[in-house]
Design a binder for this molecule. Structure first.
Ligand SMILES: O=P(O)(O)OC[C@H]1O[C@](O)(COP(=O)(O)O)[C@@H](O)[C@@H]1O
Ligand SMILES: [Mg+2]
Ligand SMILES: [Mg+2]
Length: 333
C-alpha cells in the first residue's frame, strides 16, 4: 500500500522546535516557546483572514498608522492578536510593530527577547482575497535582564537577529523561519490544527527567471534599476508582482527570482521597513543561499537609527541581486 498517499508526511512544528533546541547547547527553551507563541497567534489570525470578506472585519479601520497608511481592520486585529500572544507568552520584553509608533514594553522585564513585527503584510490586498502575510524578527535584548527595555534593544543590525520568519496566508497557510541553521517551511493542516514540516532545508536557486517589481513606478526608479528591468525584459524573464511582499518573496524563494522595491520620488529612501520587513527576509534569503542588498551593501549590515526606518530592497537569487548591485555600484561611481 503506497503510504505516501495515505498519511501526511513531516513532523509537527512543535516536535521540530524541540529537536532543534538540542542544537543550541545553552538553550533554555525561551526561544522555542516564543516561536510557539507566534505560531499560535498565526493560527488565530489565519482564522480571521479566512473570514476576511465578512462585513465585521473587512474594510478600513478608520485611522492611520505612523507611516501615514490607512489601517485596515485586519491590520489592527492582527496587531492585537500578536501583541497579546507575545505579552502573555512572557518571553518578550519589548515589541516593535508596524502599526504602533513607539517601542512597546510588555512589562516582562525579566524576558530576554525583543520582537519586531509586521502583523499583516500586503494590506492593499486584504479585501481582494489575495495572499497576505505576517513577518517577524527576533533579537536578544542589549539592556540587562530585569531592567526596563529601551530603543537600543530594537536598533540592532540585521546580523544580530537570532531568528526570523513569516506566515503566508495563501491557498495554503505556511510558516517559514530560520534560527540561523537553514530555512524550514511548515504547512498548516486545518483538520488537525497543526503545522507540519513540508519544506525542509529550503535552498533558493542562484539564478531565476522571474522578477517582481511595481513597474508602475518605473519612471521614478534610479537609472540603474530602469536599466536592469530593461535587461530582464530583454532576457524574456517573467514579470510577477502580487503586491504582497511575503507572497512575492515566497514564490521567488522556492522557484528562484528577484524582488525589487527601489527608492522612488514618493519614497526616496524606499518603501519597505528595515526592522520588520527587510531584515527578517534578508536573514531568511541568506540562510537559503541567496542575498539581499539596498544597492549600496548587504541589508543585514545596516545599522538602523529609527524604528520605522525604510530602505530600498533587492532580494532573491544571488546572480540576479549581484547583477543589480553592480549596476547600482556603476551608477554611483
Ligand atoms: O503598492 P506598492 O507600492 O507596490 O507596494 C506594495 C508593497 O507594500 C507592502 O504592502 C508593504 O507592506 P504592508 O502591507 O505591511 O504595509 C508590501 O507587502 C508590498 O510588497
Ligand atoms: Mg509589510
Ligand atoms: Mg503591514
Amino acid at each position: 500500500m503506497n503510504d505516501q498517499l495515505a498519511l501526511p508526511v513531516g513532523i509537527t512544528l512543535d516536535r521540530f522546535i524541540m529537536r532543534n533546541e538540542a542544537d543550541f547547547p545553552f538553550a533554555t527553551g525561551e526561544l522555542s516557546q516564543l516561536l510557539r507563541d507566534i505560531a499560535l497567534a498565526g493560527k488565530i489570525v489565519n482564522r480571521d483572514i479566512n473570514r476576511g470578506g465578512l462585513a465585521d472585519i473587512s474594510g478600513q479601520f478608520g485611522s492611520q498608522n505612523i507611516q501615514g497608511e490607512q489601517q485596515m481592520k485586519l491590520d489592527v486585529i492582527a496587531n492585537i492578536r500578536f501583541i497579546r500572544a507575545l505579552k502573555n507568552g512572557g518571553e518578550v520584553c519589548a515589541i516593535i510593530s508596524e502599526e504602533d509608533p513607539e517601542l512597546l514594553a510588555t512589562g516582562n522585564n525579566k524576558a530576554k527577547y525583543v520582537v519586531a513585527i509586521d502583523p499583516l503584510d500586503g494590506s492593499s490586498n486584504i479585501d481582494s482575497n489575495v495572499s497576505v502575510g505576517t513577518i517577524f524578527s527576533i533579537y536578544r535584548r542589549l539592556t540587562p535582564m530585569g531592567t526596563e527595555p529601551n530603543i537600543n534593544d530594537a536598533l540592532q543590525k540585521g546580523r544580530m537577529q537570532v531568528a526570523a520568519g513569516y506566515i503566508l496566508y495563501g491557498s495554503s497557510t505556511m510558516l517559514v523561519y530560520t534560527t540561523g541553521r537553514g530555512v524550514n517551511g511548515f504547512t498548516y493542516d486545518y483538520s488537525l490544527g497543526e503545522f507540519f514540516l513540508s519544506h525542509p532545508q529550503v535552498k533558493t536557486a542562484a539564478m531565476g527567471d522571474t522578477y517582481s517589481c511595481n513597474e508602475g513606478n518605473m519612471d521614478d526608479f534610479p537609472a540603474s534599476i530602469q536599466q536592469y528591468l530593461h535587461k530582464c525584459k530583454g532576457q524574456r524573464l517573467t514579470g510577477r508582482y502580487i503586491g504582497s511582499l511575503v507572497a512575492d518573496f515566497h514564490r521567488n524563494l522556492l522557484k528562484g527570482g528577484v524582488y525589487l522595491y527601489p527608492s522612488t520620488t514618493k519614497n526616496p529612501t524606499g518603501k519597505l521597513r528595515l526592522l520588520y520587513e527587510c531584515f527578517p527576509l534578508a536573514f531568511i534569503i541568506e540562510q537559503a543561499g541567496g542575498i539581499a542588498c539596498d544597492g549600496k551593501g548587504r541589508i543585514l549590515d545596516i545599522m538602523p537609527s529609527s524604528l520605522h526606518q525604510r530602505s530600498p530592497l533587492y532580494i532573491g537569487s544571488t546572480k540576479m541581486v549581484e547583477d543589480i548591485y553592480s549596476l547600482c555600484f556603476a551608477d554611483a561611481s
